[in-house]
Design a protein around this ligand. Structure first.
Ligand code: ZN
Length: 308
């Protein structure tokens, strides 16, 4: 029963940890019923018109279409926005939030220019998903990094400024279900009147406005500083890094987890939850726990252990 002991070990590490880093990749959303785009097959099944044109996900998810074919670009992103708006975060999001919410704050912010002098929460999310699912599931927005941006936010295509604004609910975009083209009028920039686009980092994207994500990354860096201070003052305290659905194809999240693991070294447990790529390299961790399963299945298994 190697698997059962790994489940118990992972749950124990999560419960024991003073602070939890939640690291989420594309696989996290698939358990909520969202399509997987990594393989052409999965992408073309969800978007047949692109199969006819032989365009793969990385070729469609580029900013050039907002210049060359705006109704196609907004057809794709508008449809994704509607999918994500309709999707409910699966139970794994909620169970993890319960585990984190049961912990004490790890410190108090020092009342600098940009902080309110309040408690430092015991968890922080780093996600490459642009679906806003963690906020929807109730995680505090000020403790989330969306490293590839957010479909729920817009910017100017040009861009004429660094402005980023919240997308209106549902974006009121009408997408033709056969052609996947969006009907005019398309979202516009309030400043210059030109076309707007999602504030999502696309492939080959030199015009993405990074300010919102950079502000999130700054809060994340501050959180890491607080965690380090907490570990210094509490010699038996540990950190859990729980990574879910972060594969090797776009390895941003996976590399960030391993960077954290190296940083916190012997004080950290890395829990890598991934159906196909759960392997953890030798990076001097106190504990590396590989769970070859989806995120929802893992949290279902944690709950089964708790009940038994
Ligand atoms: Zn503009």
């Amino acid at each position: 029963m190697a698997m059962l002991s790994s489940i118990e070990e992972a749950l124990g590490a999560l419960k024991r940890a003073a602070a939890v880093f939640v690291m989420a990749g594309a696989g996290m959303g698939c358990d909520s019923g969202l399509p997987a785009f990594r393989t052409p097959d999965g992408f073309w099944k969800a978007y047949p018109p692109f199969a006819a044109r032989g365009l793969e996900f990385h070729e469609v998810s580029t900013p050039k279409w907002f210049d060359e074919d705006p109704t196609m670009a907004w057809g794709f992103f508008g449809h994704r926005h509607q999918l994500y708006t309709a999707a409910e975060p699966h139970s794994g999001y909620h169970r993890l939030l319960e585990l984190i919410s049961a912990k004490e704050p790890i410190g108090v912010t020092n009342g600098g220019e940009d902080d309110d002098g309040g408690d430092v929460p015991p968890g922080f999310v780093f996600t490459s998903n642009v679906d806003g699912a963690f906020v929807k599931a109730g995680y505090p927005p000020q403790a989330i990094v969306e490293c590839h941006g957010s479909l729920g936010h817009l910017q100017c295509v040009a861009p004429c400024s660094d402005a980023i604004w919240t997308a209106p609910d549902g974006l009121s975009i009408v997408v033709d279900e056969d052609t996947f083209r969006a009907a005019e009028p398309l979202p516009a920039c309030g400043a210059c009147g030109g076309l707007a686009r999602p504030n999502v980092l696309m492939f080959g994207d030199w015009r993405w406005v990074a300010d919102r994500t950079e502000a999130q990354e700054e809060r994340y860096a501050q959180f890491r500083t607080h965690v380090r201070a907490h570990l210094r003052m509490n010699p038996s305290a540990t950190v859990a890094i729980v990574e879910m659905g972060a594969g090797k194809a776009v390895p941003t999240v996976r590399l960030e987890s391993e960077e954290l693991a190296r940083d916190f070294g012997a004080r950290a447990a890395l829990i890598r939850i991934n159906p196909a790529e759960a392997d953890i390299p030798d990076i001097g961790l106190a504990r590396g726990i590989e769970l070859a399963m989806g995120a929802k299945a893992a949290f279902d298994a944690f709950e089964a252990v708790e009940r038994s």
